[in-house]
Ligand binder design. Structure first.
Ligand SMILES: [Zn+2]
Length: 281
């Protein structure tokens, strides 16, 4: 995909792989007759989800090159590959190689949170089958709360914070307090709800601003107020985070990047009465 020039920094969409998750779980309390109109499930009742990542480069600073999110990764057993319909040959590593970008040139990785479909690409196995960081030089930016919750396994899902994604990064974490500019033009915006340490990422150039939303609002079909995921730890908080993000994005004309949206990942927010809808960019 062509780079989006924000003014001073350039952004390219990069695939972090794909997975299929249970449609009911993805839409929480929304009845199947409603959500299945927007997103048709397969025979196993799953829906297709992208793991969209970004490659960010700065004008005049060739040492700095960042990835937003690491996607689902490729370290899955045959059984897990089947459950989630994961193709282990399609992950952030293979996508970067295809784009001509060497993993060693990535200086920073920025994450919304550490569930396996976001942090799975952080580590890989070397020729001796040892777990190693995928990006050997990169610092990994994530909110402190999220990192401590990931390391202690805080949550309702049993195996979404996976040791094989976290342990190889021990020396590389760069935890932050939320609300801070982590790299020039990139700020973490605390958006609790899906997890309590979840952050969305604002990428601000001189010309325009992108918002990487994360799991506050994983696909375009989740724009409605009650469209939470059953995976959200704090649904009401997520709803409040979503409303605040949508209002601000509409007011400030931000372009949103939807992390799991397979068809229209880039959208603008349009105010519609008391709520909002999306227009594909
Ligand atoms: Zn996710």
């Amino acid at each position: 995909m062509e780079a989006i020039d924000l003014g001073g920094l350039r952004v390219r969409m990069i695939s972090g792989g794909e997975l299929w998750l249970d449609g009911g779980a993805m839409f929480g309390i929304i009845p199947r007759v409603i959500w299945s109109r927007a997103t048709a499930p397969d025979e196993a009742h799953r829906i297709r989800l992208a793991c969209n990542c970004l490659l960010v480069e700065w004008d005049g600073d060739s040492d700095r090159r960042a990835i937003v999110e690491a996607g689902v990764g490729q370290k899955y057993t045959p059984k897990e590959q089947k459950i989630f319909a994961i193709d282990p040959t399609e992950w952030i590593g293979s996508s970067l190689t295809a784009a001509g970008v060497a993993a060693e040139t990535i200086s920073d990785v920025l994450l919304t949170h550490l569930h396996f479909d976001h942090g799975g690409g952080l580590s890989t196995r070397d020729a001796d089958d040892r777990l190693v960081p995928t990006f050997p030089r990169a610092r990994i930016h994530v909110q402190e709360q999220e990192l401590s919750d990931a390391l202690s396994g805080f949550g309702i899902m049993t195996s979404t914070y996976r040791p094989e994604n976290l342990e190889p990064l021990a020396e590389r974490w760069a935890p932050h307090a939320g609300g801070v500019e982590m790299l020039p033009g990139i700020t973490a915006l605390p958006t609790p709800g899906h997890t309590r340490g979840h952050t969305s990422l604002v990428l601000r150039g001189s010309e325009r601003t992108l918002l990487f939303v994360g799991d506050v609002l994983p696909t375009a079909a989740h724009v409605g107020a009650p469209f939470n995921m059953a995976y959200d730890l704090f649904p009401l908080d997520n709803r409040a985070s979503k409303q605040a993000l949508l209002r601000r994005a509409a007011d400030e004309d931000w372009v949103l990047v939807l992390g799991h949206e397979p068809d229209t990942p880039l959208v603008r927010v349009v105010v519609e009465g008391d709520w909002y809808r999306f227009e594909a960019v």
